[in-house]
Design a protein around this ligand. Structure first.
Ligand SMILES: Cc1cc2nc3c(=O)[nH]c(=O)nc-3n(C[C@H](O)[C@H](O)[C@H](O)COP(=O)(O)O)c2cc1C
Length: 327
């Protein structure tokens, strides 16, 4: 009888599908670190499928274009996409699906993939490793992402979350300065925008663990492959702000979508009003909800603990295996 290790090395290589989309190159860099050990392994064959929305989303973003993307993001409206290189007849052993958050929802290019007619054919029954790199508000987007994965019949086996290390308040300034102004370096005493180089390089540990798991055929089991590696640390204190934001994006998005399509001039006045409203929301709801939760922490403790564990599934925040992959 062949051992699982033999079946990976002697038999046909494991086929891995990697979905790729990144504007600034941040998520690309994370993905490259994760897949490098897989690409270097003769027992693994990696196919990278780069998503190409049509027209391309610009970077840096013109101000209007940036906010004009929120109604479709909030409503999960897939953008037009260039045809995929895949036909849907491929059979992958594992799918690595890196994605970013746009307006508290999965980014439009990734929504475009998950709602693509080929998605169920590529993903049905397949184990999927989700990899998020975003500012820090990913919790509500993760629920939407899981719903889309479920609809395609995929099996979420792991979730890695990398968030900007700066304080929440600072990232409300540094992220727009980066995405709209093209300025990544910190200013006014704020830290640089985006992930740190150490976080990006550290993503290699997930690739090493995936390689080992594939050699042992563990992608076929139900258990996560990236447990014990500090894959996802949830911050449920952000949930109240995220819920308020998601609701307001949804309602205003509905109104704005009713007056015109993406890019149309009819949207502009409503977008201006909404941006002022959003700014007021950020400077009131976020600090008020965080302060209230700090004051009422004893009452919230049970709920926060449960929410934290729920959002950290399936990979978890434990780090007991990290030392195995510190190279
Ligand atoms: C239109 C837009 C909206 C965004 N909204 C959010 C958000 O709601 N929450 C969040 O944590 N990050 C948000 N981000 C940051 C992205 O998740 C991501 O970190 C950043 O765009 C870099 O990704 P890249 O690899 O595609 O360059 C947003 C980015 C863009 C472009």
């Amino acid at each position: 009888m062949t051992s699982p290790l033999q079946s990976a090395t002697d038999a046909s290589p494991k086929r891995i599908l990697v979905i790729a989309y990144s504007q600034t190159g941040q998520l690309r860099a994370v993905t490259e670190r994760i897949i490098a050990p897989l690409q270097a392994d003769p027992a693994v064959r990696v196919h990278i499928e780069t998503l190409r929305p049509l027209p391309a989303f610009p970077f840096p973003w013109p101000l209007f274009r940036f906010f004009d993307a929120f109604p479709e993001s909030a409503h999960g409206v897939p953008p037009s996409m260039a045809p995929l290189a895949l036909t849907g007849d491929e059979d992958f052993d594992l799918v690595i699906l890196p994605w970013q958050v746009w307006f508290l929802a999965p980014s439009l290019p990734v929504t475009g993939f998950l709602k693509h007619p080929l998605a169920p054919r590529l993903l049905s029954g397949k184990p999927v490793v989700s990899v998020i790199a975003c500012r820090n508000m990913w919790h509500m987007a993760f629920l939407k992402f899981k719903a889309m994965l479920d609809a395609s019949g995929a099996r979420l086996i792991d979730n890695v979350v990398l968030i900007d290390p700066g304080p929440t308040g600072a990232t409300f300034f540094t992220t727009p300065a980066w995405l709209i102004g093209g300025r990544k370096r910190g200013f006014w005493g704020f830290p640089d925008a985006g992930l740190s180089p150490q976080q990006i390089d550290g993503a290699r540990r997930f690739g090493l663990a995936l390689r080992d798991a594939l050699h042992e055929g563990r992608e076929r089991s139900e258990a996560p492959l990236l447990a014990g590696l500090g894959a996802a640390v949830a911050n449920p204190k952000l949930l109240i702000s995220e819920k308020a934001g998601t609701r307001s994006f949804f309602l205003w998005g509905k109104l704005i979508r009713a007056v015109g399509g993406p890019g149309s001039w009819q949207r502009k006045p409503l977008l201006v009003i909404y941006v002022i409203f959003l700014f007021a929301l950020i400077v009131t709801v976020v600090p008020i909800s965080l302060s209230l939760q700090a004051l009422l922490r004893p009452l919230f403790r049970g709920w926060l603990t449960k929410m934290k564990a729920d959002f950290e599934r399936p990979s978890g925040s434990a780090t007991d295996r990290s030392h195995l992959y510190d190279d």
